[in-house]
Ligand binder design. Structure first.
Ligand code: HEM
Length: 318
């Protein structure tokens, strides 16, 4: 049963990801046809940002991105091994602790400094349809209420933290099933609970990849200049009173009202590919998900010969 669900998850998410990539390719054609791409990437007119972002959130974001790339690559090489899984497990285990600590620090920072940026207001909810219209090319401008638009607030303030918590808990359940999954033991047994935790972990991994692809696409097409500044690649110009302005237009102005930058800057070669370009290797082997360890340490894969350092397989197969 769980093996079948894993197969469905593989097929559905690989196919869905192709659909997502196709949708963005189409959307970018829309950006070209409406002249948005020309105005941004050729004339270098980007929405202005009023404030200087302090180093702490930038550093935490960079640590998070690096860890997520390592987690995604190592995770997929654990699931679809092309060679020995052990080194990828160690990479995954190191990155998971770093990303976990970084996430806790970011939540703490949000509470003491910038939680307002992520708090959805009634005004935001009212502005949502107009924002969607802009992205669907049904309007030439979008409402500007705050640093983040309503969809960004929902993604960064709700979806993303929720996914991190589920991913962290399911991941830790794979290492310490007796601590994290004991309430499911009477229902499906420990190895059943571990197998479901692994499936959920895999589904959430895909949701992260899809969300990150959306994030990278929109950050590149809607705010590439701010993106370069955020990663410290090309600092944006700062105004005289601590105001942070970039080449291009104010978010409030239409493009027609704006002036051209003195000199267009072409910076595409600095762009780093995101998670959307994760290369996925071969499909899982038969029997990869049918048995699991319930003792902690590396969850075991029945298709591998047991290693002396690994805990024995659990008796209660599902
Ligand atoms: C947030 C903290 C995370 C923790 C605590 C965590 C933990 C784990 C653990 C313990 C395993 C089992 C490794 C093994 O078999 O030895 C695993 C597998 C995996 N992880 Fe993570 N992980 C985290 C985040 C992520 C992220 C962000 C991704 C991808 C975007 C990811 C993708 C995967 C995948 C694809 C597998 C293989 C699942 C399978 O075998 O079906 N993980 N993770």
């Amino acid at each position: 049963m769980i093996a079948l669900l894993n197969r469905y998850a593989d097929i559905i998410f690989f196919a869905l990801y192709l659909v997502v990539l196709g949708a963005f390719a189409l959307h970018f054609v829309g950006n070209i046809l409406t002249g948005r791409a020309y105005k941004r990437f050729v004339l270098w007119q980007w929405p202005a940002h009023e404030e200087i972002i302090p180093p702490a959130p930038k550093i935490m974001h960079a640590v998070h991105v690096i860890c997520m790339v390592f987690l995604a690559f190592s995770g997929f090489l654990i699931r679809f091994p092309i060679t020995d899984r052990t080194p990828f497990r160690y990479i995954h285990y190191v990155a998971m602790y770093v990303v976990g600590v970084n996430f806790i620090l970011r939540v703490y920072y949000a509470f003491i400094r910038d939680k307002k940026e992520f708090t959805l207001t009634f005004q935001d909810i009212k502005a949502m349809p107009a924002t969607i219209k802009y992205y669907a090319f049904l309007a030439s401008d979008k409402p500007h209420l705050a640093k983040y638009n309503p969809m960004q607030k929902m993604t960064y303030g709700i979806f993303f933290p929720l996914l991190m918590i589920v991913q962290g808990l399911t991941g830790l359940s794979l290492v310490w099933p007796k601590t994290f999954l004991f309430i499911f033991q009477p229902l499906v047994g420990f190895s059943g609970a571990v197998a479901y935790a692994r499936l959920i972990h895999y589904i959430v991994a895909w949701l992260f990849i899809i969300l990150t692809t959306v994030h990278v696409y929109l950050a590149s097409t809607e705010g590439f200049s701010a993106l370069l500044d955020f990663f410290g690649i090309v600092p944006a110009e700062h105004g005289a009173h601590g105001e942070h302005r970039e080449h291009g237009v104010s978010e409030h102005a239409t493009y027609e009202e704006s002036h051209l930058p003195e000199k267009p800057v072409i910076l595409e070669e600095h762009f780093e590919p995101g998670l959307g370009e994760v290369h996925l290797p071969e499909t899982p082997r038969e029997g990869d998900y049918e048995g699991t360890s319930s003792e902690g340490g590396f969850p075991s894969y029945p298709s591998e010969p047991p290693k002396p350092s690994e805990p024995p397989h659990s008796e209660d197969e599902i």
